[in-house]
Design a protein around this ligand. Structure first.
Ligand SMILES: NC(=O)c1ccc[n+]([C@@H]2O[C@H](COP(=O)([O-])OP(=O)(O)OC[C@H]3O[C@@H](n4cnc5c(N)ncnc54)[C@H](OP(=O)(O)O)[C@@H]3O)[C@@H](O)[C@H]2O)c1
Length: 331
C-alpha cells in the first residue's frame, strides 16, 4: 500500500505558509495528516484545508515526533533553533535562508539540480526567491552556451518581506493619498534599495544571497553576478532586468529555442500588442515568465531580458513543495 505522509507547516499563518497550505490541497503527496503551527500570537486561529477546519497550534518540538515532512516558513531564527531538533525525526524543507549555504544542505531548484536531493541528510533548503527566478530564466543559456557574467537589477514586491511589509505599503500609500507628509523611507509611491543590511562593500544581504546561492545551485564558484536589488511598491511578484554574457557565440533564435525547452519557464512576448510579463500577469502563476529577449548590441554574446515571477510560489512555497514531491518520487 502507498505510504501516506504526516505533514507539518511551521509558519502556517504567514504569506508563504498560506500559499503552501493551498498548494497542498492539490499535491500528488498522499497526506495522512496536516498540522499547522505558528507563534503564540496565532493561538486560537484556524485555517481551512479541503473541507476541514484545522486549529493553529503553537510551535512545540513534540510536533516533530509524529511528522514525516516539515516545511519551515517562519523565518531564519525559528529554522535555526528548531531544525536541528526536527531533523532527528522528520525531513525538513526550509524556506528560510538559515541553512542555504551550509555545505551539508542541498539547495535545490528541481528543474535545475534535483540530483542534489539524493545527498540530503534530513534538511533541504529552498533558495532565495530572486535567485530562483533569475536561475529559472538563465539556466537554459547556462547549459547551452555557458554563462560568463550576469548583471541584474531587481524590482521586488512588498510580499517578499512578509505580512509586515505589505502592511507598510498599504498604510504608507493610504497616508500619502490622504495628503500626509511622507518621509524619504515612506513606501507609498516610492521605492528603496532592498531593506536588508549592507555589507562593508555596500552590498545588501539580498544581493549577496543572489550571488552566493546561484553559485551553489549551479556548482559554479566562478560565476560572476553583479546585482542591485530594489523594493518597488508592487504587492506581489518580483521582476528582474537581466543582462547575460555567454561564453559561446549566440544567435537570437537559438536563445529562444533553449528557453522554450526549459520546464517551468514561459516566454511571454506579443510585439504587436506590446505585451510582456508584468507582476499582475505573473501573480498566482507557478511559472517564471520572460520577455523582451534581445541581443545586446553593445557587447558580443550578450543578451538582455525581462523576467517576472510570483516569488511566493516559484520563489518559495511551490519550489518547496516540488522538493518534497521529488524526494518522495526518488524513494
Ligand atoms: N515572502 C516571500 O516572498 C518569501 C520568499 C522566499 C522565502 N521566504 C522565506 O519564508 C519565510 C516566511 O516568510 P513570510 O513572507 O511568509 O513571512 P510572514 O508573512 O511574516 O510569516 C511569518 C510566519 O512565521 C510565524 N512565526 C514567526 N515567529 C514564530 C515563532 N517564534 N514560532 C512559530 N512561528 C513563528 C508567523 O506566525 P504568527 O502569525 O503567529 O506571527 C507566521 O506564520 C521567511 O524565512 C522568508 O525569508 C519568503
Amino acid at each position: 500500500m502507498d505510504k501516506k505522509y504526516n505533514v507539518l507547516i511551521v509558519g502556517a499563518t504567514g504569506l508563504v505558509g498560506q500559499e503552501l497550505l493551498s498548494l497542498l490541497e492539490t499535491t500528488s503527496i498522499p497526506i495522512a495528516s496536516l498540522t499547522c503551527c505558528a507563534s503564540f500570537r496565532s493561538k486560537g486561529k484556524t485555517v481551512k484545508f479541503h473541507e476541514e477546519t484545522l486549529p493553529i497550534v503553537e510551535l512545540d518540538p513534540k510536533l516533530f515526533m509524529h511528522c514525516d515532512i516539515a516545511f519551515f516558513c517562519a523565518g531564519g531564527t525559528v529554522s535555526q533553533e528548531f531544525i536541528p531538533i526536527a531533523r532527528k525525526h522528520t525531513l525538513c524543507i526550509d524556506l528560510s535562508s538559515a541553512f542555504r549555504l551550509d555545505p551539508d544542505v542541498p539547495l535545490v531548484i528541481p528543474e535545475i539540480n534535483k540530483e542534489a536531493l539524493l545527498h540530503h541528510q534530513g534538511v533541504i533548503a529552498s533558495p532565495n526567491c530572486t535567485a530562483t527566478l533569475l536561475l529559472m530564466a538563465i539556466y537554459p543559456l547556462y547549459k547551452e552556451f555557458g554563462v560568463r557574467r550576469i548583471v541584474t537589477s531587481t524590482y521586488q514586491a512588498a510580499s517578499g518581506g512578509g505580512i509586515t511589509l505589505i502592511r507598510k505599503l498599504l498604510n504608507d500609500t493610504e497616508s500619502a493619498l490622504q495628503g500626509h507628509k511622507q518621509s524619504s523611507e515612506s513606501y507609498g509611491f516610492n521605492l528603496f534599495l532592498h531593506n536588508s543590511p549592507l555589507s562593508e562593500e555596500k552590498f545588501s544581504a539580498e544581493e549577496i544571497k543572489l550571488k552566493e546561492e546561484s553559485k551553489k545551485i549551479l556548482s559554479d564558484p566562478s560565476l560572476s553576478i553583479s546585482a542591485t536589488c530594489v523594493r518597488v511598491p508592487v504587492l506581489r511578484a518580483h521582476s528582474l532586468s537581466v543582462n547575460v554574457e555567454c561564453a559561446k557565440d549566440l544567435h537570437l533564435e537559438s536563445v529562444y529555442t533553449a528557453m522554450r525547452n526549459m520546464p517551468g519557464l514561459q516566454i511571454q512576448e506579443d510585439l504587436d500588442a506590446a505585451l510582456f510579463p508584468t507582476p499582475f500577469m505573473a501573480s498566482f502563476q507557478k511559472e517564471t515568465f520572460v520577455g523582451r529577449i534581445r541581443l545586446d548590441p553593445t557587447r558580443k554574446n550578450c543578451v538582455d531580458m525581462w523576467v517576472v515571477g510570483d516569488q511566493l510560489l516559484k520563489g518559495a512555497a511551490y519550489n518547496g513543495l516540488q522538493i518534497a514531491e521529488q524526494v518522495i518520487a526518488l524513494l
